[in-house]
Design a protein around this ligand. Structure first.
Ligand SMILES: [Zn+2]
Length: 293
């Protein structure tokens, strides 16, 4: 199912919009509002979106997307090189790597409506041999799974697609960009933000960005967004929406003994599974259309 077919089926893109973008409370930083407005407007959700996640935070505009993506690419390249040197990077012929790359091939065509920059991303998917229950997608589309998440949670393809969709959603909704902007602006004042905008010395700040990406912890709001956007991406790619629920049930069951990993950087709210269940009917028709297509 492609967006163009969907648009034709519905007749009119504007009339079919089911979601009015709503600003999320607490995400406009009033004291620096003038500065934020100068930095650029927030992106809206795609006109055909079925899940309701509102606008991205304008705060992220403090960090130029190109700069963060290039820092992420560097960091990712370094991590994969280190994994390879330790014999922990699964080779391209590994059946699990092929499985993950096939899932990505189905999800990626549905990414761009959430973030126009994604059309130009050089997506990569790798598998690292590690017991950690973890996975990530860095800004710019650099994805990694750890064998621990596939094996300990015994993920089927639909559930693995939900994880990948969730991670891609963090990148598409630019949550890392927002976290980095917040960290720098709150910790060090506007001078850093000004530097990030190219108004001053860039060197140290740019070098620091990649390191910050490694210690990133998302907020619960980010998590809800990533769950819902990921659910929609997966449904449009013909992955079973209900797998989002079984995935998080497995994750919760493994949570206690999982140690540092997914749940420490992706904090789970008490309503996560309930919220996903409430959104299943919104994407069921996308799944059915994709299955037929
Ligand atoms: Zn997350």
């Amino acid at each position: 199912m492609c967006l163009i077919c969907d648009l034709k089926a519905r007749g009119d893109a504007t009339a079919s919009a089911t979601v009015e973008p709503v600003a999320r409370p607490g995400h406009v930083w009033n004291a620096r509002r003038g500065f934020l407005l100068a930095a650029g407007a927030a992106a809206a959700t795609p006109v055909l979106a079925q899940v309701d996640v509102g606008q991205s935070s304008a705060l992220r505009n403090l960090v130029p997307a190109e700069q963060l993506e290039s820092a992420a690419n560097q960091q990712y390249g370094q991590m994969m090189a280190e994994a390879k040197a330790k014999g922990a990077l699964a080779p391209a012929g590994d059946p699990q790597v092929q499985r993950l790359r096939n899932i990505a091939r189905r999800l990626i065509p549905h990414a761009a409506p959430w973030n126009d920059r994604a059309r130009r991303w050089q997506w990569e998917v790798n598998l690292i041999r590690s017991n950690q229950i973890n996975a990530f997608c860095m800004p710019g589309g650099k994805i990694a799974f750890y064998t621990g998440i596939l094996e300990k949670l015994q993920l089927n393809d639909d559930e693995a697609a939900m994880i990948m969709g969730h991670e891609m959603a963090h990148a598409l909704r630019e949550h890392a960009r927002e976290r980095v902007a917040k960290t720098n602006a709150t910790g060090m004042g506007l001078s850093i933000a000004a530097q990030l905008l190219g108004l001053g010395q860039l060197g140290d700040v740019a070098a620091n960005l990649g390191t910050q990406l490694l210690s990133l912890k998302y907020s619960r709001d980010d998590e809800t967004e990533a769950d819902l956007v990921g659910l929609e991406l997966a449904a449009r790619s013909a992955y079973l929406p209900r797998a989002s629920v079984t995935l998080w049930q497995k994750m919760a069951a493994a949570g206690g003994g999982a140690g540092p990993g997914f749940l420490s950087t992706h904090p789970s709210g008490p309503n996560r599974i309930r919220e996903l269940e409430a959104n299943l009917p919104k994407v069921q028709h996308l799944y059915e259309q994709a299955r037929r297509g």
